[in-house]
Design a protein around this ligand. Structure first.
Ligand code: ISE
Length: 336
């Protein structure tokens, strides 16, 4: 039987998920597109052949003709709607971040723990990206020895107008917080945050440079530059005791002309991480079918860790001081 999916939120990511469900997810049906703006929901529903549209997210989650939920509404709605999905007993793939408040993530964790199972798969899709997975596999293979440092670059063309100064840390950097934890198999213990001289921290998309320490003694730096202008560019390098692994931007073609070589950048994350999104959503469908949480996907605990690091990062930037990161105990439900 086909799994009937409701997409909550018909913005950039809701539209992208609707397209993936409609075109690239055999065994899934796009049942409902829900958005507070009916015309937005209708447009995507028509483009992707959804059975119905709706405006109320909680009612949509509870519908008897909906088996699973895909939450792609604004950041502040992610945790409340995850809670509604858990209450309805339905698995949810929730876009990142789970919340910008670690406390709110703990509410989601408590709800799952009290039901004795996981419902929320978190959309930190980079864990499914072939390049990051290669990096992890090469590190785990042992040939590089112990990982010492990880450098990360995250550059967007232009920050959206509603992007606040803090969102480099609370909305963009959580991708790196999560994928570095995944690749290194480590947790973060402290964060320091810097900005180039003369930068107005409250300005939309102001660049941020972070240095994090892990519980294995590794150093991880993250540059977030949401106004890099030239293209969407995510790169990195993992440095081990006996060598390093580069994470390149995969570009299938190169243009040659006028004594120059040109490579094209993706305009944003959807095309750069298209394969990661597809594999992530496939893993979610399998989770809905089998009830077995995907081995490499982020869960509510990972969402909590990312939110905690982001909170410490915001505080480190405000105070101009290194901030430590202290987690509560991990419930056994999240042991892998
Ligand atoms: C956005 O919300 C995303 O999730 C993108 O993957 C990221 O590159 C961007 O910086 C975020 O704002």
């Amino acid at each position: 039987m086909s799994i009937r999916i409701a997409i909550i939120g018909a913005g950039i990511m809701g539209a992208d998920h609707a397209r993936i469900v409609a075109e690239d997810l055999p065994g899934a049906t796009l049942q409902v597109v829900c958005d507070a703006a009916p015309e937005r929901a209708r447009k995507i529903a028509e483009e992707c052949g959804a059975a119905d549209v709706a405006a109320d997210p909680v009612e949509t989650i509870r519908r008897s003709d909906v088996d699973a939920i895909l939450i792609a509404s604004p950041d502040e709605t992610h945790a409340p709607l995850s809670l509604a999905a858990i209450e309805a007993g339905k698995p949810a793939l929730c876009e990142k971040p789970l919340s910008q408040s670690a406390k709110e993530c703990l509410d989601v964790i408590d709800a799952e723990v009290s039901r004795g199972r996981q419902f929320v798969q978190l959309g930190f899709m980079r864990r499914f990206d072939p390049a990051y997975r290669n990096m992890k596999a090469m590190l785990d293979d042992g040939a590089l020895g112990r990982a010492l440092m990880m450098h990360n670059f995250h550059r967007n063309v232009e920050a959206p107008p509603n992007f606040t100064g803090q969102m480099a840390i609370t909305n963009s950097a959580p991708h790196e917080f999560d994928v570095a934890r995944f690749v290194l198999g480590a947790d973060f213990t402290a964060i320091s945050v810097f900005q180039p001289a003369g930068v107005d921290a409250s300005r939309t998309g102001a660049p941020v440079f972070m240095v994090l320490e892990t519980d294995k003694g590794q150093l991880v730096n993250i540059e977030i530059n949401n106004n890099a202008a030239y293209g969407y560019d995510v790169r990195g390098e993992l440095v081990g005791e006996k060598g390093s692994i580069l994470l390149n931007s995969p570009t299938p073609t190169r243009q040659n002309g006028q004594m120059m070589a040109y490579e094209r950048y993706a305009p944003d994350w959807r095309s750069r991480f298209a394969e990661a999104y597809r594999l992530q959503n496939k893993a979610f469908l399998n989770f809905v079918r089998t009830g077995v949480f995907p081995a490499i996907a982020s869960n509510a605990w990972d969402g909590y860790c990312a939110a905690l690091i982001a909170e410490a990062g915001v505080e480190a930037l405000r105070a101009g001081e290194r901030a430590t990161i202290a987690k509560t105990n991990k419930p056994p439900l999240y042991n892998r």
